[in-house]
Structure formats: C-alpha cells, structure tokens
Design a protein. Structure first.
Length: 69
C-alpha cells in the first residue's frame, strides 16, 4: 500500500511518540544499557576476557626448601 518506504517525517513522528510514552530519562537509561551490552559483547568476541584470565594464573608454589610443590 505504501511501497515499504519510510521517510524522515515518519521517523520523526515515531520518535516523538516514543519520547511522549517513555520520557527522556527512561530513554537515556535504556540507551546506556544497550551501549554497555554492545561493549561487553564486542569485548567477548575479541577475546579480551581470555587474555586477562591467562595473565592472572598463579605461579608454581615454592616451599621453604626451594622445591616446587
């Protein structure tokens, strides 16, 4: 019926309705949480968590006699 095209006027109307329904404060909180989750997802994909786990491994324990336990 509309050809599947969404223009700037339609986008602006949707944004105004969203702001009226949820308020600016709620939208900023949601966008902050989305940003944190995307950052965490990218961090997980790049393997940064694995690198920190490898560097925190404990060194072999040595007792008073100088022998490894």
């Amino acid at each position: 019926m509309f050809g599947g095209r969404i223009g700037w006027p339609e986008i602006l109307i949707v944004l105004v309705v969203v702001v009226l329904l949820f308020g600016v404060g709620r939208i900023s909180k949601v966008s902050e949480e989305i940003g944190k989750s995307i950052k965490s997802f990218r961090k997980g994909l790049s393997g940064e968590d694995e690198k920190t786990d490898e560097t925190t491994e404990e060194a072999p324990k040595v007792d008073d006699t100088g022998k490894n336990s």
